[in-house]
Design a protein around this ligand. Structure first.
Ligand SMILES: *[C@@H]1O[C@H](CO)[C@@H](O)[C@H](O)[C@H]1NC(C)=O
Ligand SMILES: *[C@@H]1O[C@H](CO)[C@@H](O)[C@H](O)[C@H]1NC(C)=O
Ligand SMILES: *[C@@H]1O[C@H](CO)[C@@H](O)[C@H](O)[C@H]1NC(C)=O
Ligand SMILES: [Cu+2]
Length: 424
């Protein structure tokens, strides 16, 4: 799947972006670094760069031990930040998403009559496994595998030649509305939702403030990619009656018009709704992310800070990076913990978390790469405490074959070498 040299072929010179190729000698001579000059490196990008020698050392040891499963830094795919891609590359990504929404589903039609496409197959999985996916064993590894399978589908079934992009939240924290991510032009992920006064925001019980207030959107996306999808996109949805603890403060009028299928697995055609929300993104600025990466020596602390547990005090945006990233623009389905992958932004967020987990792990791979959180703080998602992680399997059912949990930890050689990628 990841062909030799693919990383190097990936990035022809980008119009309007300067190619900063770092001094030769190591990783940097093998993988082309292309950055959008609008966005100077932030503290997290700099930490990522400073981590590359550690990644090289980690790979050298693995290769020496014969455990790299043919993955090398020369052959590794490169996942990039959305704004670092050229407009053409961004449009290619959007086209691949559109393609997935047109391909027939592989999930069980009797179980998910509302899953109308390959895109929906992924929503159907997340929807039915949200609790497991967010327990302490799986938040990192299972999402790594899930995103990778999605990327594989884009590439193998829709001819996409790039890799799954991530979002650097900080780039969008000042002015998300006119950003390359959400400005609604053809090379964005589509625009904001129309103003919907009934949409109040997302409740954050136990935090101060206790709501991520509406940023003024909340209604249907009407501009750019994904504004047209009504019948064949993200149709799965958990009806409010089955999701009583809904974190959406108030369902909007448009929801009331929906004839809910009884359990959310039926077809529930509706528009994609968003609220591009600066207050949410502010919870994941570079300084906060840097603190997450830099101030936590052990996995429990890293995990807790990522999830914002316990809630940070004296912080106007006390959401934790995980929650902040989910609500960059989420309303429906992005704001629903079950069907959130119904908005393609989901993949940008969980890829970003995958990147952060990797940077954190690579500071001390011996201690951190296979660390599993066993936290004491109360969580909304169920926690597993007593299971030996060596014995845990990640089963993606209709999305891909089961793999061992720890195979899903290593992106440079894990899953028998199928995982072989880095972040730039
Ligand atoms: C789309 O937005 C990007 C980022 O703001 C900009 O560089 C580009 O010129 C826009 N493209 C079009 C066709 O408007
Ligand atoms: C966890 O929740 C239980 C009951 O819901 C409560 O009694 C306990 O104090 C909580 N612990 C922490 C650390 O918040
Ligand atoms: C894990 O699996 C090994 C063998 O595969 C077994 O000996 C051990 O008891 C298992 N541990 C748990 C907690 O199930
Ligand atoms: Cu998540």
């Amino acid at each position: 799947m990841l062909t030799i040299g693919s990383a190097l072929l990936l990035l022809p010179l980008l119009t309007g972006a300067r190619a900063a190729v770092l001094p030769s000698g190591g990783y940097s001579s093998k993988i082309e670094i292309v950055r959008n000059p609008v966005y100077p490196l932030d503290v997290v990008d700099k930490l990522e760069e400073a981590t590359m020698p550690k990644v090289e050392a980690y790979m050298a040891d693995k290769i020496a031990a014969g455990k790299n499963n043919k993955c090398t830094l020369e052959t590794a795919a490169v996942r990039r930040e959305w704004s670092d891609l050229s407009e053409t590359q961004r449009q290619e990504y959007v086209a691949a998403i559109n393609c997935l929404t047109k391909l027939p589903p592989k999930s069980d039609k009797t179980r998910f009559p509302g899953a109308l496409s390959r895109y929906d197959d992924f929503v159907a999985y997340h929807m039915t496994h949200a609790m497991q996916l967010h327990d302490n064993m799986h938040l990192f590894g299972a999402h790594k595998y899930y995103v990778w399978l999605f990327e594989e589908a884009l590439r193998n079934e829709c001819g996409y030649t790039g890799y799954q992009p991530y979002m650097n939240y900080d780039r969008y924290s000042k002015d998300p509305f006119s950003s390359p991510l959400l400005n609604g032009n053809a090379s964005s992920l589509g625009g904001n939702g129309e103003p919907d006064p009934a949409y109040k925001g997302v409740l954050q019980p136990g935090r101060t403030p206790n709501i991520i207030k509406s940023g003024g959107g909340g209604g249907c996306v009407t501009k750019g990619p994904f504004s047209e999808f009504v019948a064949d996109f993200s149709v799965l949805k958990i009806p409010p009656s089955l999701f009583p603890s809904s974190s959406i403060a108030e369902e909007s009028k448009s929801d009331k018009a929906i004839a809910w299928s009884s359990d959310g697995t039926g077809s529930n055609p509706r528009c994609l709704r968003r609220d591009v929300n600066r207050d949410a993104i502010m919870g994941a600025t570079a300084d906060r992310v840097f603190s997450l990466l830099n101030d936590n020596d052990n996995m429990d602390d890293f995990y807790n800070q990522l999830l914002g547990t316990p809630p940070p005090k004296n912080d106007p945006y006390p959401w934790g990076v995980h929650t902040a990233g989910h609500y960059v623009a989420a309303v429906d389905p992005g704001g629903d913990p079950f069907t959130s992958p119904g908005d393609p932004l989901f993949y940008f967020h969980h890829t970003a978390l995958d990147r952060l987990w990797w940077i954190w792990s690579m500071q001390d791979p011996d201690k951190r790469l296979y660390a599993i959180p066993f936290v004491n703080t109360n969580m909304t998602m169920p926690m597993k405490r007593a299971v030996d992680p060596h014995n845990v399997t990640v089963d993606m059912e209709w999305l891909g074959p089961p793999i061992k949990l720890f195979e899903s930890h290593d992106q440079l050689g894990g899953n028998n070498g199928a995982f072989c990628y880095i972040y730039v």
